[in-house]
Design a protein around this ligand. Structure first.
Ligand code: HXC
Length: 510
């Protein structure tokens, strides 16, 4: 019996050693942790239960019999993060470059199937040379199996991808279909075709970092939702995000203990909006002052800064925040902002996370680049996302909201549950000056007359009361009491039930 037990220990030791000391050292030398070290950091201590530790590939071509290794380049299983279930896979670059074989993918598929069945999120740590070249089409088919599960899991359990090394070729499409992608600066990259192929086909000379590094994907392409300095920081932030999320689409996000008075008054908010309508202010200040303990997890911080998206808690409950940012492009809606916010709103709606919308928007950004880029369809994504969302929706209008953007930003007309405005708010088709220039074109030569017309228009519309008289604004509130009002609104909506007409699925403009 002792020998049998020892054999198990010996086999485990071989599997745990990954690709051997030399390769582990090389991994560390690149500033990267190993697959198992990453799992250890991600999960609560001692909570990891491994599956398929002894699985080996079946390939016999190209001398592959010699390269069999227990685990086949990926560590899979489940554990807990602050006591809540999660399924994980962590690719082991020290074993055949973490490349994806038929059996490697089958291990990932097994935990994904369990995650969908048992209703717990999947976190994938990607560090792989892509399809295992020696297996040819079998490894492509294997990727297909993973993709199919990503699709079925979408909207059922949260899926998070951590890119912690190379992620090339079709391999990028599995992370692309997950809810959030986070990268490590300087040691991870994602691209469909690498720099060599790019050079051959388009004659462009570009480094891997420029083509698909963390900076590229968080600032330019918006493929990634955030980037962190190293593996440790990335994993710590992933644990923080995980605490905001529900386990699946039938459960609510966890309620965390909170030590912040829901009725906390913030007198400084009464002067947040400057007297000069052209002067910007930082909308993040408002978010932080509303949030429990000022805790805000921002999504896509480095992309489309004219809109802010992320998670806060109110009375311990997760709330998704979408907010125009007057500091960037005056907070206008453009293609990038619309896409960013639409995806976030859809995530919140899919996972029953209530949405708080903070509005100060001059309208959609005009121009040929926007029109040629399809701002009509991209803007419609956000409009559509808000309109289809059935989660509790609370909106606070701080300064201005003009034109189509007024309707888009979680207005009453898109089934906003509570639509509050500060006394500084104005709801109009456009700013007073623009409106007068159209309505009184013939008087444009007479400066005094025009000034009078502008004043008339401002008196009429530069306030929230016209909209409030019509019931489009439910209540005009004091800025200093925003946290209390918003917290009470969400509290009253905890039992909200709303259903859309039956359909197979909608046809959101893509
Ligand atoms: C088999 C692979 C591999 C792969 C790496 N290795 N990629 N083995 N299949 N795809 C092995 C290497 O042979 C090496 O083995 C070990 O992993 C480490 O690789 P190195 O090249 O030494 O590491 P590094 O210098 O860090 O370079 C990493 C790399 C490079 C940039 C990822 O290995 C690389 O370019 N690999 C090929 C990438 C690729 O073209 N993949 C296919 C993409 S197409 P030893 O034994 O020496 O340690 C694809 C299609 C998916 O993925 C389609 C889905 C529909």
């Amino acid at each position: 019996m002792k020998d049998i037990l020892q054999e198990l220990e010996d086999r485990r030791a071989v599997a745990r050693a990954g690709g051997g000391a030399r390769r582990v050292e090389a991994q560390h030398a690149k500033g990267k942790l190993t697959a198992r070290e990453r799992i250890e950091l991600l999960l609560d201590e001692g909570s990891f239960e491994e599956f398929d530790m002894f699985v080996q590939h079946r390939c016999t071509d190209f001398g592959m019999e010699e390269t069999r290794h227990p685990g086949d380049g990926v560590v899979t299983g489940w554990g807990t993060i602050n006591g809540r279930m999660v399924y994980v896979f962590s690719q082991d670059f020290t074993v055949l470059g973490g490349s994806v074989s038929e059996t490697h993918a089958a291990k990932i598929c097994k935990i994904m199937d369990m995650a969908i069945q048992n209703g717990a999120p999947v976190i994938g740590m990607n560090d792989s040379g892509g399809a295992r070249i020696q297996e040819g089409v079998s490894s492509l088919a294997a990727y297909g199996e993973v993709f199919q599960r990503n699709i079925l899991a979408s909207g059922v359990v949260p899926q998070i991808s951590l890119i912690m090394g190379p992620c090339a070729g079709g391999a990028v499409y599995s992370p692309a279909m997950t809810d959030f992608i986070f990268m490590v600066k300087d040691s991870s990259y994602m691209f469909v075709t690498g720099p060599d192929v790019v050079k051959t086909v388009t004659n462009e000379q570009v480094t891997a970092e420029e083509l698909g590094g963390a900076s590229t994907h968080t600032k330019k392409s918006s493929v990634a939702d955030g980037a962190y300095e190293n593996d440790v920081e990335l994993i710590a932030e992933t644990r923080r995000l995980f605490d905001f999320l529900p386990l699946n689409n039938r459960e609510k996000a966890p309620v965390r203990p909170f030590f912040d008075d829901p009725a906390r008054v913030e007198m400084s908010l009464d002067t947040l909006v400057p007297d000069n309508p052209n002067q910007p202010y930082d909308m993040k200040e408002l978010i932080l002052k509303i949030a429990d303990e000022g805790d805000f997890f921002e999504i896509q911080k480095d992309f489309a800064g004219n809109i802010i998206t992320g998670f806060i808690r109110l009375e311990g409950q997760t709330v998704g925040v979408v907010a125009n940012q007057p500091m960037v492009l005056a907070g206008c809606l453009d293609i990038d902002a619309s896409r960013k916010a639409a995806r976030f709103v859809r995530f919140c709606d899919a996972f029953e996370v209530p949405i708080l919308t903070l509005v100060d928007v001059p309208g959609f950004l005009p121009g040929t680049s926007q029109e040629y880029g399809g701002v009509i369809k991209h803007g419609a994504k956000l409009l559509f996302a808000y309109g289809e969302a059935t989660v509790p929706k609370v909106t606070v209008l701080t300064r201005k909201t003009y034109g189509g953007a007024y309707v888009v930003m979680s207005s009453k007309h898109l089934r906003g549950d509570f639509n509050y405005a500060w006394p500084t708010a104005e709801v109009a088709v456009m700013g007073a000056k623009g409106a007068v220039e159209i309505l009184y074109r013939s008087e444009l030569g007479d400066k005094d007359k025009i000034a009078g017309r502008v004043k008339d228009y401002e008196d009429r519309f530069a306030n929230p009361f016209v909209a409030a008289e019509k019931g489009f604004i439910d209540e005009v509130i004091m800025p200093h009491s925003t946290r209390r009002r918003v917290a009470r609104a969400f509290a009253s909506l905890r039992t909200k039930k709303q259903a859309n007409p039956w359909k197979k699925h909608d046809n959101i403009p893509l």
